[in-house]
Design a protein around this ligand. Structure first.
Ligand SMILES: Cc1cc2nc3c(=O)[nH]c(=O)nc-3n(C[C@H](O)[C@H](O)[C@H](O)COP(=O)(O)O)c2cc1C
Length: 176
């Protein structure tokens, strides 16, 4: 279901795909704020909220971030990105919590017609320096955000089937 151009949560979750190629269209600041706010609302262990988010729209900075992400060069061509920072002192749960913030942002973006792609490999120290990240915070990931390039729409992934991945009562039983 779509209301005012925004998908409901469940539809966004089950239709989301990673987007690595972006339209040249800029992203409205209000939408970026809503995306990051979805990240801020993620669950976190002991409610410590061990995250900070740096929204980047400056084209030079985006180009530099792309150059610093070996598996995320496409950030250079995105209209915006969000650097997700984790509390380095929270070694037990910060990664788990930040991953949930990423999922929230990806789904919120998709619900509004935008896309992102998790980027796993990057020069964390150089990115931290570029974004003036203080001691005590580490780069968790950098997410590009933008409208999908209509000429290169996101591709549906091959999902493992339900009967192979979802069981009832005991491992391996596909029936309720
Ligand atoms: C932890 C994690 C790290 C990832 N790292 C990268 C990456 O560095 N570069 C990239 O292009 N995609 C990356 N991806 C995206 C996955 O390739 C993508 O989510 C997967 O192929 C499934 O596609 P879908 O998200 O469209 O369903 C990453 C995803 C996750 C969850």
């Amino acid at each position: 279901m779509v209301h005012d151009g925004i998908m409901d949560a469940l539809e966004a979750i089950v239709t989301r795909k990673v987007v690595r190629q972006f339209a040249r269209r800029p992203v409205e600041l209000d939408r970026l704020r809503r995306i990051v706010d979805a990240g801020r609302h993620a669950m976190s262990a002991r409610n410590l909220q061990p995250w900070r988010f740096v929204v980047v729209r400056d084209p030079d900075t985006l180009r530099q971030l792309g150059a610093l992400c070996s598996t995320g060069r496409f950030i250079a061509d995105a209209p915006a990105a969000v650097a997700v920072l984790k509390d380095a002192a929270n070694q037990r749960w910060a990664d788990t919590d930040c991953a949930q913030a990423v999922a929230n942002m990806a789904n919120a973006a998709w619900a509004m017609g935008l896309g992102t792609c998790w980027v796993g490999n990057f020069d964390a120290a150089a990115i931290a320096q570029r974004l003036a990240v203080p001691d005590g915070w580490a780069v968790f990931t950098v997410l590009p955000f933008g409208y999908p390039d209509p000429a290169n729409p996101p591709q549906a992934k091959q999902l493992k089937p339900q009967r192979e991945t979802i069981y009832f009562e005991r491992f391996g039983n596909p029936r309720p």
